[in-house]
Design a protein around this ligand. Structure first.
Ligand SMILES: [Zn+2]
Length: 207
């Protein structure tokens, strides 16, 4: 599976938090970096660094090696980015989104909604009733909303997401391989054409 840098950043932001992105950036370029070195590179404390690493580790996005420092007698942890973990996190995240969409769809299909014609707010019927169908911002009488469009949109989002889960973004290599195959086919075709042309000219010369 291959995610663009942006997709990867978005995924990590949504499951761990935006603050770990610089740390991940470093780990993606180099393996087995000690937390001391990381703290130094990021210009933050070792404790702050550890906090980030633990959070990443909880999501299985980093691996570590533990080595004993012979001089000081304590253990030092060397961290690496776990590419495999990203794949699982991606799938898990998509599935969570899917569940959210499905729950939202149920709410839309089962409930009735009221909107302020001025566009201030949208409320489920029970809440709108409590306010006697008056917008709490501007006081205008709220109207029942046709939510067929919303339902359609959510259904489309669910479909897209299900497709995305079935066909995760492909590894660059595979794409390149396909391209290579196509290129080879093209070259072979060209060669055959050239050969046939030569044959034809030769035949003409004979005549
Ligand atoms: Zn209003």
């Amino acid at each position: 599976m291959k995610l663009s840098n942006q997709e990867l950043d978005d995924l990590i932001t949504s499951i761990v938090g935006e603050d770990v992105l610089p740390l991940v950036q470093i780990l993606r370029t180099k393996n087995n970096i000690s937390e001391f070195k990381l703290a130094e590179m990021l210009n933050i404390t070792v404790n702050q660094t550890r906090n980030m690493l633990y959070r990443l580790n909880e999501q299985n996005l980093v691996n570590f090696l533990r080595k004993k420092d012979k001089k000081k007698g304590w253990y030092i942890y060397y961290w690496s980015f776990n590419k495999k973990g990203i794949e699982n996190a991606w799938t898990k995240n998509c599935q969570k989104q899917l569940e959210d969409f499905k729950a939202r769809l149920r709410r839309e299909e089962e409930g009735m909604f009221y909107v302020c014609p001025q566009g201030c707010m949208r409320l489920p019927m029970e809440t709108a009733m409590e306010f006697e169908f008056r917008c709490q911002e501007c006081g205008t009488l709220m109207k029942e909303q046709e939510n067929q469009k919303t339902i359609m949109n959510i259904k489309k989002l669910i479909q897209d997401l299900e497709k995305k889960i079935q066909e995760p973004p492909q590894e660059e290599k595979k794409k390149k391989q396909v391209k290579k195959k196509k290129e080879i086919k093209k070259t072979v075709k060209k060669a055959i054409k050239k050969f046939l042309k030569k044959k034809k000219t030769a035949a003409k010369k004979k005549l």
